[in-house]
Design a protein around this ligand. Structure first.
Ligand code: NAI
Length: 293
């Protein structure tokens, strides 16, 4: 396969902008598209600020920061993806919407363009089934924040050509990330193996054994995780993580190990979704995390 030089990123939210960042830093040209033009503009502005800060801290030169920004082009239509060798999708976590997007992308890109999904929980095989060439489809699951979380899961669907995953793994290394190959099972590796910490943390809180903050402190300081389950849920935000929890639970045929908790359902309904809303399991004011009274 030819070396990937130009990638399309569809979805300019938290994940799309992170993927655009590491790709542009690795010298790739990036076309960034979102159904919301405001989201694309906000993503470019946030990338500009990120690179300005890195330049101010001496972590990259001002010229490199400027060049990286220039490599990220705003796309105004899906047809702008036509000369990409890879398109990574990071849109809403809904199978029907992702399938429609992949089918539409096939009508735009070249025969050998790879189509990858950043889905956290949906089946790559099911997304690929919307395509005429499902062998070109694979999962490319980055973590938030993309530039700091150096692992990426490369997921082979039942019909994915092995060389597609190989090309994604090679590109991940060029972008300074470590690829881990996974099979197409609900939650892949991290959202399957890591789910236990979330669900058991929620059980501990539900049974009033300990508070959210106590669970987090123990998991951080005793178990050695960088964040406890509630800190992580606040970072990801429940509007993103709750559907993932539900989806994995359902896909394993209501396996009790993966059962979500009413604690998150109520909080999602109430808008206490995490850091981005200013309140989740913790309250965020002036960039500081506080335990609610
Ligand atoms: P987000 O809500 O920050 O951004 C999603 C963006 O997609 C929005 O700007 C929205 O306007 C756009 N969008 C929605 N439908 C679209 C369509 N049909 N065409 C083009 N753009 C569309 O979401 P986030 O957090 O970036 O997540 C995106 C994907 O990445 C989801 O599949 C999520 O499960 C996955 N993911 C999220 C992680 C996280 O921690 N936030 C971690 C790993 C994966």
């Amino acid at each position: 396969m030819k070396e990937i030089q130009t990638i399309g990123v569809v979805g300019a939210g938290a994940m799309g902008r992170g993927i655009a960042q590491i790709a542009a830093q690795a010298g790739l040209r990036v076309r960034l598209y979102d159904t919301s033009a405001d989201a694309v503009a906000a993503a470019r502005e946030s990338l500009r600020q990120t690179w300005d800060k890195l330049a101010q801290k001496g972590k990259m030169s001002a010229a490199d920061a400027q060049a990286a920004l220039e490599r990220v082009e705003s796309a105004t239509a899906l047809t702008d993806m036509s000369n990409c060798q890879l398109v990574v999708e990071a849109i809403v976590e809904r199978l029907d919407v992702k399938r429609d997007l992949f089918a539409a992308l096939e009508g735009v890109v070249a025969e050998d363009c790879i189509l990858a999904s950043n889905t956290s929980s949906l089946s790559i095989t099911a997304i690929a089934a919307a395509c005429k060439r499902p062998q070109r489809v694979a999962g490319y699951h980055f973590f938030n924040p993309v530039a700091l979380m150096k692992v990426v899961e490369v997921i082979d669907g039942l019909r994915s050509a092995p060389e597609v995953g190989d090309a994604l793994a090679e590109l991940a290394r060029r972008m300074g990330h470590t690829p881990v190959r996974a099979k197409d099972m609900p939650g892949f590796i991290v959202n399957h193996a890591g789910r236990g910490m979330n669900t058991e943390g929620l059980r501990v809180a539900q049974e009033a054994v300990a508070t959210f903050a106590q669970v987090d402190a123990v998991m951080r300081e005793q178990a050695g995780f960088r964040m406890g389950p509630f800190e992580l849920l606040d970072l990801t935000a429940l509007d993103v993580s709750h559907p993932v929890m539900e989806s994995i639970y359902r896909q394993f045929f209501d396996e009790p190990r993966f059962r979500p908790s009413p604690i998150t359902t109520v909080r999602l309904a109430g808008g206490l979704i995490g850091r981005k809303a200013g309140e989740g399991f913790y309250v965020y004011a002036d960039g500081q995390k506080q335990v609610p009274a």
